[in-house]
Design a protein around this ligand. Structure first.
Ligand code: ADP
Ligand code: MG
Length: 378
């Protein structure tokens, strides 16, 4: 990858004042728990988007991306709609509420695939915020930075996402997972003992009929919560209902609502269990929870696909795989495999070959490690 600083020098004609970079992220476990008030474990991964920043010669903010042609200029507070520049402009707009943004140039470069479930959008937002925070001496905390970036995406790009992506990209730490309590907005890191690897197998299927499915899942979870929380108004969401109470209420819920509730309530507990097992160094058992998560997504949340099921099933036959599951929204997308270091290119290739036999094409594969979150680079 050509670095943002090299590109800045080539495009602007002088070196940048500073540069920041942000990683991609994966959902380790915690499928559709976030908007149900539950826990998610994510990891920042070692694929990065970087930004170089310096003072501008003309009023306003000018942004360029190595992958996106011509520069885009805007006044702080204005957000060009329908352009990739809406992401950095959204962050500038949020920060402009607290300080004046002097004229500046930002140049982005990235080896993070877009739309592949690694959250390049959170990376571009947090890298922008980190660079501006340092340049303007704003002294933002990491939680503050994650919140500002979520607001940029919600209010200025118009994507109603939760804080998961921005929090994992901001709080990521090498060899650690990030525990996100989305309801309480509490973020912590959890060490993963030993040398482990995160492999991503992208099925190449892009969210089939995503919108309708997502809306239906939200509705079904809401329906279940309304019934199950009738005398528990204090609970932050469906994830906090006891799975036994879900079983007991089966006759009072539609089959869909009952299944979604069973997934969300057991998934929240699987996240807690993984945290406990990692603390005890019991990696195989923690990995078994990832396989259980996949089965629950497949059977109860109904957001898997035959392609994802095939990948998880084949991965489960490899002794060096601790656990594997669909990661992200589902209805297509990718499988995450958590492995020990003996899982390598040969093992990954065997998985891809089986997939190719069945579907006539190969999944794209990324081998990653849990890495540090957004920060300045020298
Ligand atoms: P993802 O799952 O990767 O976050 P999104 O659709 O949420 O997918 O965000 C991707 C968008 O972020 C891109 O369409 C583009 O507007 C912006 N983006 C990501 N990476 C870059 C980049 N290197 N340069 C410019 N814009 C980028
Ligand atoms: Mg995104």
């Amino acid at each position: 990858m050509c670095t943002a600083s090299d590109s800045y020098l080539a495009q602007v004609g002088q070196p940048p004042v500073l540069a920041a970079r942000a990683p991609g992220r994966v959902e380790f476990i915690g499928n559709h728990t976030d908007y149900n008030g539950g826990l998610v474990l994510g990891a920042a991964v070692d694929r990065y988007l970087s930004v170089a920043l310096g003072p501008g010669r003309e009023p306003g903010v000018r942004v360029r991306s190595v992958d996106h042609g011509l520069p885009v200029s805007f006044a702080p507070g204005a957000v060009p709609s329908g352009s990739w520049a809406a992401y950095p402009a959204g962050v500038v707009a949020v920060l402009a509420e607290r300080t004046d943004i002097p004229p500046c140039e930002l140049v982005f470069a990235s080896d993070l695939p877009v739309g592949a479930g690694l959250s390049s959008s959170a990376a571009i937002e947090t890298a922008t915020a980190c660079a501006l925070d340092a340049w303007l001496g704003l002294g933002m905390s990491r939680a503050d930075l994650a919140r500002a970036c979520r607001r940029a995406e919600n209010e200025h790009v118009g994507v109603p996402c939760g804080i998961l992506d921005q929090a994992v990209v901001t709080f990521g730490r090498q060899g650690h997972l990030v525990r996100v309590d989305a309801a309480a907005e509490v973020f912590e890191t959890i060490p993963v003992p030993g040398e482990t690897r995160l492999w991503i197998f992208d099925s190449g299927v892009r969210h089939r009929l995503t919108d309708g499915h997502y809306a239906a899942r939200h509705r079904e979870c809401g329906e279940a919560f309304a019934v199950l929380s009738a005398d528990r108004r204090d609970l932050p969401g469906l994830a906090h209902i006891d799975p036994d109470a879900v079983e007991a209420a089966r006759g009072r819920l539609s089959d869909a609502a009952w299944r979604r509730a069973r997934h969300v309530t057991t998934e929240h507990r699987r996240v807690q269990n993984v945290i406990r097992l990692l603390g005890l160094g019991r990696l195989k058992e923690a990995g078994a929870e990832l396989f259980a998560s996949h089965r629950s997504s497949r059977d109860d949340f109904a957001n898997s696909t035959p392609e994802l099921d095939l990948l998880v099933d084949r991965l489960s036959q490899e002794p060096s795989v601790f656990g594997a599951r669909l990661t992200g929204g589902g209805f297509g997308g990718a499988v995450l495999a958590w492995t020990d270091p003996s899982f390598g290119v040969r093992e990954a290739d065997a998985v891809c070959r089986l997939f190719e036999t069945r579907y006539g094409r190969r999944p794209s594969v990324l081998a990653c490690r849990a890495s540090d979150g957004v920060g300045l680079v020298s």
